[in-house]
Write a protein that binds this ligand. Sequence first.
Ligand code: NAP
Length: 307
Amino acid sequence: MERKYDVAIIGSGGAGLTAAIYSSRARLGTVLFEKLMSGGQIALTDIVENYPGFPEGITGAEISKRMEDQAKRYGTTLVYEEVKSLVPRGKDFEIVTANATYKSRALIFTAGASFRTLGVSGEKELTGRGVSYCATCDGAFFKDKDVIVVGGGDSALQEGLFLTRFVTRLSIVHRRDQLRAGPLLQQRAKQNPKIHYIWDTVVEKIYGDKKVEGVNLRNVKTGKVQDFKTDGVFVFIGHEPNSALLKGLVNLDEKGYVKTDPFLRTSVPGIFAAGEIRAGATRQLVAACGEGCEAAMAAQAYLDALK
Ligand code: NAP
């Protein structure tokens, strides 16, 4: 079977799915690789309230599914396999998965970012046993329990608010005394009687025998360490770019995000990047989708110029 495409897209978040819709509608042979499930981080988000056109909000799962259906409708091939390597071969790119090798003439990299971990003792061992990075996935396991949420950004507050549907008490542990989250989420969180704050504090250790039983918290101003009993630890402290496949291939910034020009071209002709993986991205779904569209159009212009 010939596995040759005009455009290969790596990652099916908002940027990747929109790039697929535009590219396949432009009648370019389009393949989209996804190692987990369509939608990326958005698929794990309870409700998206700031995507234009959905005044009542839309669940992350629903909007992801709709975008995927739209891409398929116009002919995108979806391959649910992890890409192991990307290699330039002349004017083509070779994309290798565990099962097959594909070729494409242009690449759009939209692999996004993964959640950052705390890196403290007990975190790895108790992941799935009280430590979680996804409220939508695991919240229901914490009915009538006490949990902590680590982080002070939009994710911490949005996911924390979702968790209050289940838990009795939720303590937000933040390393400063001011939240990074936007004012609307801050206001909602402050009005929620289940949410409490532990300021200027970091988690030093998570412990428990078979499941989380508590954490050691350190106040960064006083240095005082306290034992804090809790049933769950939800970590929302930002993200790390999924750019390992591009290391040594295109220019990345010091944090590992992909550098692009205003046309979303990377340092290698034929490779484009869009969405959260891109240095300077705004990390909003609507912006990721916009970038997916721009990258697909830039790829189309690149392919036209090759003819
Ligand atoms: P973020 O904005 O980078 O916030 C990460 C939070 O974790 C910050 O409060 C940070 O503290 C803290 N943090 C980072 N490293 C830490 C560590 N090692 N230990 C303890 N705390 C640590 O990440 P995010 O909340 O996931 O949001 C990512 C992007 O998605 C943002 O642009 C956000 O606006 C967007 N987003 C938007 C929505 C929405 O619009 N409703 C929802 C979710 C996410 P400091 O504040 O001290 O740096």
